[in-house]
Design a protein around this ligand. Structure first.
Ligand code: AMP
Ligand code: MG
Length: 344
């Protein structure tokens, strides 16, 4: 999208603004909306041209499919060829909420949305504003994160404006997002369910419902040369601030000593709460050491703050890849382009 648009700032507190957002979307426009995970850049999911505009606004690679958002279970059936019992059981347990379920797609889904795949990813968000906008639009909404492709995902309306002002029709401000990282993506389009992206719903929770769940190798590891990835979004360097992020794996003492040795212009630390007093570089903290939920909520904002503060190199505390921490680790290791230093 080359021509500049005037991006309207709408407020989720105003009923009229929700109606306006719905109208823009129904007519093929692009509106960033709050969800419980991150802000999504929404378009009518049944309109291929509207969906194509999302890719242009974000600079998103065309082979990376979009998640379709619904506001009631009845909207799901027409989008897929079939809803198997295990999918229904997941919906009963985790919807509305931060879980995306992939199934074979129906002909209603334009190729732009599925990016040429024969499957479609669907989510029923819990955020009341997201649901109100889907209702107002009267159609399911395709919505990837509302950031420029590759940059940290937006968890506040101001993050959306920093990236997309002039490139989209409107942003609907509904305050900060509660989960803070994108949804868990699970494919049921194969025999054994497979986790493609970790998020607010954990592998442990999924296994309680499904029994066996495979973790896609791309969740934790960089792709090898020529390897095929099931979830195209996982193959890019992603979620990255402008500064160079390096993850440090080791104890707190090892981290502190390493970072203090490196102190110099442009060197910053991304640490846990309560650690800044012991570090001789400027810091931003992203939550308590034992609190993965808090880390998820603050990570993307922390990365944006570090850029604003002029960081050139960011030494980050490496999160524990357990529970919701798996999602935090997955995002941070991509922000770092898989650059990890073992301090042990
Ligand atoms: P985003 O909405 O920007 O957070 O990205 C959506 C994520 O879901 C990306 O990692 C996509 O690759 C993944 N995704 C969406 N639809 C599919 C699909 N049909 N098959 C596999 N992965 C998908
Ligand atoms: Mg994204």
């Amino acid at each position: 999208m080359d021509e500049q648009k005037k991006t309207l700032c709408l407020s989720a507190d105003r009923e009229d603004d929700i109606v306006a957002a719905g109208r823009l979307l129904k007519n093929g426009g692009l509106v960033a909306i709050p969800t419980e995970t991150v802000y999504g850049l929404a378009a009518n999911a049944l309109n291929g041209r509207a969906a194509a505009a999302i890719f242009a606004a974000k600079g998103r690679p065309m082979d990376n499919p979009l998640i379709v958002h619904i506001s009631n279970l009845e909207q799901w059936g027409p989008l897929v060829t079939e809803i198997p019992p295990r999918a229904m059981e997941l919906a009963r347990q985790f919807w509305p909420g931060p879980l995306t379920i992939i199934l074979p797609k129906s002909d209603l889904i334009p190729d732009e949305v599925s990016a040429g795949q024969d499957t479609v990813a669907v989510r029923f968000p819990s955020h009341p504003v997201a649901r109100a906008v889907i209702d107002a639009a009267g159609v399911p909404l395709a919505a990837p994160s509302a950031n420029l492709s590759g940059s940290p995902s937006p968890t506040e309306a101001a993050h959306v404006m920093a990236d997309l002002n002039g490139r989209i029709d409107a942003v609907l401000d509904g305050g900060p997002c509660i989960v803070g990282v994108e949804s868990t993506v699970l494919t049921l389009a194969r025999e054994v369910p497979r986790l493609l992206r970790p998020g607010g719903v954990t592998p442990e929770q999924l296994r309680q419902v499904l029994g066996q769940v495979e973790i896609d190798p791309a969740v934790l590891n960089p792709l090898g040369e020529g390897e095929k990835v099931l979830s195209p979004g996982m193959k890019y360097k992603h979620y990255s601030p402008k500064a160079n992020v390096i993850l440090l794996q080791g104890s707190w003492q090892q981290y502190r000593d390493f970072v203090n040795q490196k102190a110099g212009p442009g060197v910053f630390a991304l640490c846990y709460d309560g650690e800044s007093d012991f570090l001789q570089v400027p810091t931003v903290s992203y939550g308590g050491r034992q609190n993965a939920g808090e880390q998820a909520r603050h990570l993307f904002d922390a990365l944006r703050q570090l850029d604003k503060a002029g960081a050139k190199v960011i030494y980050a505390r490496c999160p524990e890849p357990q529970g919701v921490g798996l999602a935090v680790y997955n995002r941070l290791i991509r922000a770092a382009g898989f650059e990890v230093i073992q301090l042990d």
